[in-house]
Design a protein around this ligand. Structure first.
Ligand code: PMP
Length: 374
């Protein structure tokens, strides 16, 4: 194994949230809730299960449609752009990796913010490219602590002609913070045309309407922009793995060259199509998230905790001291949330918004843990 490339040896495997079954087994109780991976607590639209049931009646012995024709056409229609500007991924992580494979490599650099999504350094270092990590707004910023500092991105980019790819998560995971469309536009205006900017909008639908980008307008204006979306969050099919990119047709052509021939399985393709068609379910999910984000945020503040501003489907909470014992106390009470040590934020926990019942369970478990001084 010592012969592995240095970029790979410098990596740590991505740690996903603990599976529910694992904690159920450990505690010997059934009522375990998971608020650790920013999934949709309502799950997918009922139309998704119906579409999957129908698909399983077909011949699963055949390979899926390798080009995802039908789904791509539906996505194209949804966004009002042509299908040759869409690339399908096995989750949007797949897309992030395609980008790194195409644009990063030894002698090149990839730029992203401190406290940004964990897959950006993974994809970069796996290509043996250099990661240029731009300092965030910092812990004490008055309005957007830990947020992406896009003015700093512009400054750093001027000094680093070797940067070929930029990742921006908006809203960002694990912080929930965001950049306004005006800030993003100002950045895009400053980027030289040979640099590809990947705007990762995994949490797009959870944002207030006035903060949402108009991907179609930006894609026409900036041929070096790529917008990433996922079916894992508001569409509720994280378990099936489907995401996509919107880009210039020439970039989509490159992405398709490195894409594995059958990267989306047959069930993911039909499920994504059914999920996209049910915008009522999206609306319901967004409304639940919006009210829970306000309610849970207020309850956490009543406990004297600092909550980072969030436009996503989770809240990132500052305990002002090592949060590991609190994480442990919650686990002992059957509540799985995300520790933030691996992101360099050991005093924080990230909690996904659940149903009202799940969030009440989280809050009462947390009150108990804090009262016990854990
Ligand atoms: N980008 C961001 C910012 C995310 O938080 C996530 C999910 N954690 C993803 C991309 C990847 O999601 P998926 O691969 O499930 O589409």
């Amino acid at each position: 194994f010592r012969n592995a490339l240095p970029g790979i040896l410098s990596l740590h495997a991505y740690t996903p949230g603990m599976p529910i079954e694992e904690l159920q087994r450990k505690l010997g109780i059934a009522d375990v809730i998971k608020l650790a991976s920013n999934e949709n607590p309502l799950g997918p639209s009922p139309k998704v299960s119906a579409a999957i049931a129908e698909a399983t009646k077909g011949n699963l012995g055949l390979y899926p449609d390798g080009s995802g024709h039908k789904l791509k056409n539906k996505i194209a229609e949804y966004h009002g752009i042509s299908a040759d500007r869409i690339t399908l991924g096995n989750g949007s992580n797949d897309i992030l990796e395609f980008l790194a494979r195409i644009y990063a490599g030894p002698g090149r650099a990839v730029m992203f913010s401190d406290y940004a999504f964990a897959v950006y350094p993974l994809a970069t270092l796996a290509q043996n490219a250099e990661a240029v990590v731009v300092p965030s707004h910092g812990a004490d910023h008055p309005t957007m602590p830990f947020g992406h500092d896009l003015a700093a991105f512009t400054r750093v980019l001027k000094t680093r002609p070797d940067v070929s790819l930029v990742f921006i998560a908006n809203p960002n995971n694990p912080t929930g913070t965001w950049n306004t469309p005006q800030e993003i536009e100002a950045f895009l205006d400053s980027v030289p045309p040979h640099v590809i900017v990947a705007l990762d909008e995994a949490y797009f639908d959870y944002q207030d309407v006035e903060l949402r980008s108009d991907a179609r307008v930006w894609l026409d204006r900036y041929p070096n922009l790529l917008v990433c979306r996922t079916f894992s969050k508001v569409y509720g099919i994280a378990g099936l793995r489907a995401g996509y990119a919107l880009s210039d047709a020439k970039v989509a052509d490159l992405l398709n060259r490195v894409r594995q021939p059958f990267n989306n399985n047959s069930l993911a393709l039909v499920a994504a199509e059914a999920a996209l068609a049910d915008q009522e379910h999206v609306k319901k999910s967004v409304e639940l998230n919006a009210s829970e984000r306000i309610r849970v945020g207020a309850e956490l503040q009543k406990l004297g905790l600092r909550v980072l501003p969030s436009q996503a489907n989770f809240l990132t909470v500052d305990f002002g001291r090592d949060a590991a014992p609190i994480h442990k106390g919650l686990l002992e009470r059957g509540v799985i949330v995300r520790p933030m040590g691996s992101y360099g934020m050991p005093n924080f926990l990230r909690v996904s918004m659940g149903t009202v019942r799940e969030d009440d369970r989280f809050l009462s478990a947390l009150r108990e843990v804090l009262a016990e001084g854990q």
